[in-house]
Design a protein around this ligand. Sequence first.
Ligand code: PGA
Ligand code: ZN
Length: 418
Amino acid sequence: QIQDAWIRKIFTGRGDVTVEVELTVEDVATGDILVARAAAPAGASRGAHEVLYFPEGGVDAAMAAFEKLVAPEIVGLDVTEPYTVDGKLEEVDGTPRFERIGGAVAIATSFVAAEAGAAALGVPLYAFLGGAYARKLPLPLGNVIGGGKHSRRLGPDIQEFLVIPLNPPDVYTAVYTNVEIHKRVLKHILKVDTTFTGGKNDEGAWTPRISSVTALRILKEVAGEVGRELGVEIGLGVDMASSSLWNGEKYVYKNEGVERSPREQLDFVSKLVEEFDLVYVEDPFHEEDFQSFAELTERFKDRLIVGDDLFVTNPERIKQGGKMKAATGVIIKPDQIGTLLRTHQAVSTARDFGMRIIVSHRSGDTEYRTLAHIAVGLGAEVIKTGIMGGERTTKLNELIRIGEYLGKWAKISQIRRL
Ligand code: PGA
Ligand code: ZN
């Protein structure tokens, strides 16, 4: 049972203010008092259909809402059934977008209820969420070169240039593959941008002034080299975060000096997929254009064509996309939808349509490791959490620990290049 509940303001790695919720609960076996904590991450290229991050009045209004509406209602609830806490959040807020308490309060409360439930029972969070047989480890998808909003629009126009090991033998090798690519890429960047001083963006990706195509050329070369050395097949990907490029009529590539109509965007993306053998394409079109997503998916059924801002972890939007065959993968960001219960519904809807699950961080994230457990608990094929920087590596290091803990029972996802 929840004994007490607190909230405080803390910061993400980017310096955004966010909220951390703390609960005290009893250990089921010993009756000892345990403390659990969790925090909400914060996005920069947020989808229009996400829950409202803070209610009107900002973080202080969110804190007040927690203290007035949430804390008195959750004290006394049983955290070994954390969905009762999630249900209570629905009840006290009463709006689909968590407009009264805010999505940050909702997700931090939902996370901490699960953390507390696991702690009270003395089991790891991933097992608490996924059951005793949760043993599939996701492949890490990481950001190596970055542009777009995460680079203050000073780099390439595409937001993220990504790598993913496709058939690593274990999670340590998978993470090592990404780290090694990230390190080696610097030398190659310096050949084309001699003024580059080694700057990294919000997610720890290098942020040079180069074009998107140059970024992909570099990645292809380095991934090929590292892949041959480590005996791991490596796929390339992009998150185009296209809603950030879309001006209502065209996709504007400001730094690269190009504008593309939706049709031209479709051709451009298709060309990139073919030229660089991309296995992963996130948000190639803006967040309302299910139709273009479906056309691209029709062309590349064997690739991960993934909706982030398109779906915003919302079961209804995922269902709409599923019916239209708009994507082969779904980004799952629990904070986009507000609770783990809703997240679970989103994942099961995606599964109904055969879509793969990519559990993802936000560009403003915290030192919390919760996401690694959620990815394993939900049986996600992929975890997207950057490669470098404390708030990214903490999740990857936790994944390595979970892999070690599971030992020979661990099973790492494999993605076949078809
Ligand atoms: P965010 O975006 O800045 O909203 O976290 C990350 C992403 O687009 O995947
Ligand atoms: Zn995205």
